[in-house]
Design a protein around this ligand. Structure first.
Ligand SMILES: Cc1ncc(COP(=O)(O)O)c(C=O)c1O
Length: 388
């Protein structure tokens, strides 16, 4: 697929799934230093550039001066503060949902929702491409997993129809898929869930902050409220630029989480200073819509230009722009060749993506300039001559 680069046989260590950690020696911005090399990064989920926003950094510093650096305990013991509660209240106002519960991270939030809302043996119907945390959550919940073809509403309805009627079912999808960047057909999925009385959960880790009138995410942008999607989970580690996660929904669902979710109860609460910083990030998400506008313009520009160059982009309108290569070895070679041209775009390999679907996950941010994108496009063009 990429005649400009030499394909090598699949190295043994790849087949064994060994991963290496690259060391970034600079802050989370498009210009990075990785293992001593200055590169333009297309590898971060800091979609709005808030990880280094001066107001968010200032809020974190102020929060640390007021609260110290740690929370000192689990939420149910002593770790829950007014800083946490103010953030939860601000999020529930913003989203128009009864209540919000903060979590240490998205992985634990997903474990918590499935473990606390599903009875043993209950059917959990998931999109085949859902995040690993949602699959791991099925094990903790001791649920019965059924997977439907990616984005396929009739297959989802078929799987739901197979659920044992007495145990009920939970339908789970991502809003924007983390490795493919495409959007789930949320309105249709909500309809099929409602038709069989199944609970519906959306993990909007990659949609929150980016979609909707004031960034409330893909669920709001599809005009769905908490009646249609009672369980909305999202993270702060992406568009918000900080760390942590939340679940928002009707009061009874949130209370169930507080009472039953083990990954919520048996862990140290988020540092309150982080809640203060995330609260400021929320103000930026709401108050600086131009970041979202610029990001979507950049996505359009990148897609138009890449498609003119005949690059094999997946159909995604989000800042996640996967360049589909196929073979793991070829993807790694392409990633290395880009790095030699000053670009950091790591290869995404099986088992993170299905075998034969290795790719570069090009991730765009409002902090990228037009010239950053042009640099990437030129490098891809030189490595991937137009196919005839
Ligand atoms: C779709 C999705 N859900 C959940 C998570 C987990 O979130 P966190 O990184 O906060 O644990 C991620 C992050 O990688 C994700 O992409």
């Amino acid at each position: 697929m990429f005649p400009g680069i030499e394909s090598r046989p699949e190295p043994k260590r790849l087949a064994m799934g060994v991963r290496i950690r690259r060391v970034r020696e600079s802050s989370c911005r498009p210009r990075v230093v990785v293992d001593g090399h200055r590169l333009i990064s297309f590898a971060s989920n800091d979609y709005l550039g808030l990880a280094t926003h001066p107001a968010v950094i200032e809020a974190w510093s102020t929060g640390a001066r007021v609260w110290g650096v740690g929370s000192g305990g689990s939420v149910l013991l002593s770790g829950y503060t007014s800083a946490h509660r103010e953030l939860e209240d601000a999020l529930s106002d913003w989203l128009g949902r009864d209540r919000v519960l903060l979590f240490s991270n998205g992985y634990m939030a997903n474990l918590s929702v499935l473990q606390s809302h599903c009875r043993r043996g209950q059917t959990i119907v998931q999109d085949r491409l859902n995040h690993a945390s949602l699959y791991d959550a099925v094990r903790l919940a001791q649920g019965h997993l059924r997977r439907y073809a990616h984005g396929n509403v009739s297959d989802a309805a078929r799987q739901l129809a197979q659920a044992v009627p007495s145990t009920g079912a939970l339908l789970v999808t991502e809003g924007i898929f983390s490795m493919d960047g495409d959007q789930a057909p949320l309105a249709e999925l909500a309809r099929v869930a409602c038709a069989v009385g199944a609970e519906f959960m959306v993990d909007d880790a990659h949609g929150i902050g980016l979609w909707g009138e004031v960034g409330q995410g893909t669920v709001a942008s599809c005009h769905l409220g908490q009646d249609e999607v009672p369980l909305l989970m999202a993270t702060f580690g992406k568009a918000f630029g900080t760390y942590g996660a939340f679940v928002a929904g009707p009061a009874d669902r949130i209370e169930t989480l507080v009472q039953k979710a083990r990954p919520f109860r048996y862990t140290t609460a988020l540092p309150p200073a982080l809640a203060v910083a995330t609260h400021e990030a929320l103000r930026q998400v709401i108050g600086e819509p131009e970041r979202r506008t610029w990001l979507h313009e950049q996505v359009d520009y990148f897609r138009r230009s890449a498609l003119e160059l005949d690059l094999p982009l997946a159909p995604s309108r989000s800042p996640i722009q996967p360049l589909m290569v196929g073979s793991a070895a070829e993807t790694q070679t392409l990633s290395k060749a880009l790095e030699a041209r000053g670009i950091y775009a790591p290869a995404i390999l099986p088992p993170t993506v299905p075998r034969g679907k290795a790719r570069l996950r090009i991730s765009l941010s409002a902090a990228h300039t037009r010239s950053d994108l042009n640099h990437l496009l030129e490098a891809l063009h030189s490595l991937c001559p137009r196919r005839i």
